[in-house]
Design a protein around this ligand. Structure first.
Ligand code: SF4
Ligand code: FES
Length: 380
């Protein structure tokens, strides 16, 4: 009998995050995209995305998130959806809702789009638009109605932080009113633009506890109708998150220019030679590339993770956070109370400004950072 082939023992990736473009009509300061956004002229052409979808299906991916930026800004989105559907992938459009009118939805539904996840920044239109950096709330409401009229599954995604956590009850009520089936309440993870805006976005333990209690109360009432997903924050409990379900374990990301990464924030890891789908197949990238093997399993771990009982369940936490906070991606995630660097997280949490508005948002913008307006802008 042949010895087992290690590559065959690898998990197949379950999900593909396809960042079709970094262009976006919104300017959310919590965005996890890189500070250096990919320009439109460098985006993969249609036929490359079609090939990526075909190879994803062959590799065993079952779910593709068509994301960005704003994927609706790709005029060829329907062709990319069609390619994904031909490969038996479940397709979810992850959108701000701007540009999602009835005609566009009909075009996407005709080629087999399976579901839509709509983002909103708050239940209060004024605060929602202040966070998004432009007029957008009414367009989102219309987009939600158009999705429901066509009978497509609709989810709401709300990134939570200090500037909207106190509205959690109203946010859930908004989801109910818009007819969604699932609400993802995603506490901000501090990468990219969110890291830049951490001083104004970071909540405190009490604010988070109040919000989580409210979610639990609502969860009971909504059981069987709306699924509430609470994505836990990791700065407060001394517990590292099992980031991405493990490095190169369950999903992969392809950036607008074709860079393939084990997680969407890994672009920031210095020294990581990220492969590109223009030069390699997804199968080679998943199985053979240095980048996807760099932190797979536990051989790369240092103490205290190496001998820790949790190392196979939390995978030592998040590599991107370890790098962002210590400059070394092989260190234990400072979110863990056992990390020798845990004091870094504690110091950051303790240094929050008393008044969140004292530190203005730095809005996400293609081609550089944008100085924020003092009040909600109206750039629609
Ligand atoms: Fe997880 Fe490492 Fe902390 Fe153990 S020491 S709980 S493996 S992050
Ligand atoms: Fe990259 Fe956690 S965000 S490993």
């Amino acid at each position: 009998m042949n010895p087992p082939d290690d590559r065959r023992a690898l998990n197949r990736p379950w999900g593909l995050l396809a960042e079709l473009t970094h262009a976006c009509p919104l300017h959310c300061p919590y965005c996890s995209n890189p500070l250096e956004l990919v320009r439109r002229s460098r985006e993969l052409p249609t036929e490359e995305w079609e090939r990526v979808m075909r190879e994803a299906g062959e590799l065993g991916v079952v779910h593709v998130h068509l994301s960005g930026g704003e994927p609706l800004l790709r005029p060829d989105l329907a062709a990319i959806v069609a390619a994904a559907v031909r490969s038996d992938l479940y397709t979810q459009l992850v959108t701000s809702g701007l540009g999602l009118d009835g005609a566009r939805l009909d075009e996407l539904a005709a080629v087999g789009l399976h579901s839509v996840q709509l983002s909103v920044q708050d239940a209060d239109p004024v605060n929602s638009e202040l966070i998004a950096g432009r007029r957008s709330f009414a367009a989102k409401e219309k987009a939600a109605a158009a999705v429901r009229e066509r009978g497509l599954p609709l989810g709401l995604n709300v990134v939570l932080h200090r500037r909207n956590l106190d509205s959690i009850e109203e946010i859930i009520a908004l989801g109910e009113a818009w007819g969604v089936e699932r609400i993802e309440l995603a506490n901000t993870q501090f990468y990219g633009w969110a890291l830049l805006n951490r001083a104004t976005l970071l909540p405190d333990r009490d604010q988070l506890a109040r919000a989580e209690e409210a979610v639990e109360r609502r969860r009971e009432r909504l059981a069987g109708r709306i699924e509430l997903v609470w994505v836990v924050p990791d700065y407060f409990d001394g517990v590292a998150k099992p980031c991405m379900g493990g490095w190169g374990a369950v999903s992969l990301t392809v950036s607008p220019e074709g860079t393939a990464l084990p997680c969407p924030a890994a672009y920031a890891l210095e020294g990581l030679e990220a492969p590109n789908v223009r030069e390699h197949s997804l199968e080679w990238i998943w199985e053979e590339s240095e980048a996807f093997n760099a932190y797979r399993g536990s051989d790369w771990m240092r103490e205290p993770c190496r001998s820790c009982a949790h190392r196979d369940t939390d995978f030592g936490g998040c590599r991107c956070q370890a790098f962002a906070l210590t400059g070394d991606a092989t260190r234990t995630d400072p979110a863990c109370r056992l990390s020798p660097d845990h004091h870094i997280i504690q110091r950051i949490a303790a240094a929050r400004p008393a008044d969140p508005t004292a530190v203005p948002f730095t809005y996400r913008k293609l081609g550089g950072q944008q100085t924020p307006p003092a009040t909600a802008p109206s750039t629609a």
